[in-house]
Each structure stands twice: as C-alpha cells, then as structure tokens.
Design a binder for this molecule. Structure first.
Ligand code: AMP
Length: 249
C-alpha cells in the first residue's frame, strides 16, 4: 500500500499573526513557518500504518515556493520515504492545489491520500474534498480513527454531536481531524537521515496544469482588541453592571 500525504507550509501556530500596515495581507516577514498541524497528523498516521506493516511507502508532496522543501524534509525526518515538491507561487488556491494533486495521484497511483482537514492559514477546508471529486475517489473527512481491512478502509468521522463510521473502497481520500493521533517529534539521527532521502522537483507545466486565480484577497483585518476586564466588589455590583453597562440582562 502506497500512501500520498500532501503537506502545507504555514505560519507556526504559536506565532501571534500580524497584519500588514496597508491591510493587504498577513505579514510574513521574519515569521516562523512550520508544517500545518493537521498535515503533521496525516504524516503521523501514514507512518503508523507503515510501522504496522499495512503500508509499504509514504510519499509527501507540497506545492509552493522553494521554501516548502523545509517542510517536506520535516515530514521525511518524521519517517516518510520520499518527497515531491511542485514549484508554484505561494498562496495557491485549493482548486489549483487539488488539480495538481490529482495529477500526482494519476502518476503515483497511491492506495490512500491522507490530507489535513484544513490548513490553519486560510482555514479553507476544501482541498481534500475537491481532490476526491476530481479523481472520483471516495472521501472520509474529519477522521478521528482509521482502520484498513483488505481493500476497504473504515473511517470514524467527527460529526456534529457524535461520531460516524463509514467504509470506503480503496483508493480513497481521507482528511485528518485533531484526535486521530498525537504526532511524534523527529529525532536528531532521523533529521540527518532525511537530508539524504529523495526529493523530486516538478513544475505545474510539467504536470499539465495551468494555475488560475479565482479569488482576490481584498482586505485583511486583525480581530477587534478585547477590552480589559474589571473586578467587582459584590454580586449586587455585578448584577448592576450586567444590567446597566453591558445591558445583557
Ligand atoms: P485547505 O483546503 O487549504 O484548508 O487544506 C487542506 C489540506 O490540503 C492541507 O492540510 C494539506 O494536506 C492539503 N494542502 C493544502 N494546500 C497545500 C499545498 N500548497 N501543498 C500541499 N498540500 C496542500
């Protein structure tokens, strides 16, 4: 079984994001970048399937500028076998990403594609669903557990108010939710080994995909700053403030 894991380079989730002074976008200068956390979960699950003897190869793919090779190497250090970098401008839209991934799927013929449920930069939550539609594969989104049984995969999905288990014929597309697993840290020897693992570079033109822009970013605004709280001396004062200042009761 071959598993393809698309991974995205995003701002590290610990970073407090700043908006550019002209509100044109988020300021990425000197900001720490990392593997999208949901992609990290996808890589971890793929490696666990390999360690369990279910999968034989884990291939990671990332679309973006040269810098995304850092995240491909990070996934290789976690245990993936080889990487594919598709050189494109940063900020490719989900539809373009899905079209490129569909071409990679056609070339690589994976049995399973494991994506994150969403990238934490734009919170699109679209790519996996679009890839499934473009390739005709079944999809199991928001997975909190997966189990391969022969040529089928059982996916427990996190849905509103509970869990739903579905069975999909392989090959299939799965997107990971937070509770699927807890990703490991890469060890120093594995980080060194990852430098020698194969990393192939391709262009969208080589894959026969023309990248089109369907949306235009008009404006980015930071969240409204919270007002400071205050301490009240008594319940009576609290009720008075809720009634007359906040006007919520
Ligand atoms: P999104 O639909 O943008 O929220 O992203 C969902 C998932 O699609 C991510 O967790 C990745 O697995 C994959 N993905 C999105 N953008 C890229 C990219 N540029 N390169 C590789 N995978 C991506």
């Amino acid at each position: 079984m071959k598993i393809l894991v698309p991974v995205k380079r995003v701002i590290d989730y610990n970073v407090k994001v700043r908006v550019k002074a002209d509100h044109s976008d988020v300021d990425l200068s000197n900001v720490k970048m990392a593997l999208n956390p949901f992609c990290e979960i996808a890589v971890e699950e793929a490696i666990r399937l390999k360690e369990a003897g279910t999968a034989t190869e884990v291939v990671v793919v990332s679309i973006g500028p040269k810098a995304v090779q850092e995240q491909i190497r990070a996934a290789l250090a976690l245990g993936a076998d080889r990487g594919i970098h598709i050189e494109a401008e940063s900020g490719s839209e989900p539809l373009s990403v899905a079209k490129l991934l569909a071409k990679v799927v056609a070339e690589e013929q994976p049995d399973l594609v494991l994506l994150g449920k969403q990238a934490i930069d734009a919170d699109n939550n679209q790519t996996g669903q679009m890839l499934a539609a473009l390739t005709g594969m079944g999809q199991g989104t928001f997975a909190s557990a997966v189990k391969v049984e022969g040529d089928e995969i059982l996916v427990t999905r996190e849905v509103d108010g509970g869990l739903q288990t579905i069975g999909l014929k392989l090959p299939a597309v799965i997107t990971t939710d937070l509770r699927l697993n807890e990703p490991r840290y890469a060890s120093l020897p594995n980080i060194m080994k990852a430098k020698r693992k194969p990393l192939e570079v391709k262009t969208p033109a080589e894959l026969g995909v023309e990248l089109r822009v369907h949306t235009q970013l008009l404006k980015v605004e930071p969240p409204v700053a919270r007002k400071g709280g205050c301490k009240v001396a008594s319940v009576a004062e609290l009720v008075d403030k809720l009634k007359n200042e906040a006007k919520v009761i």
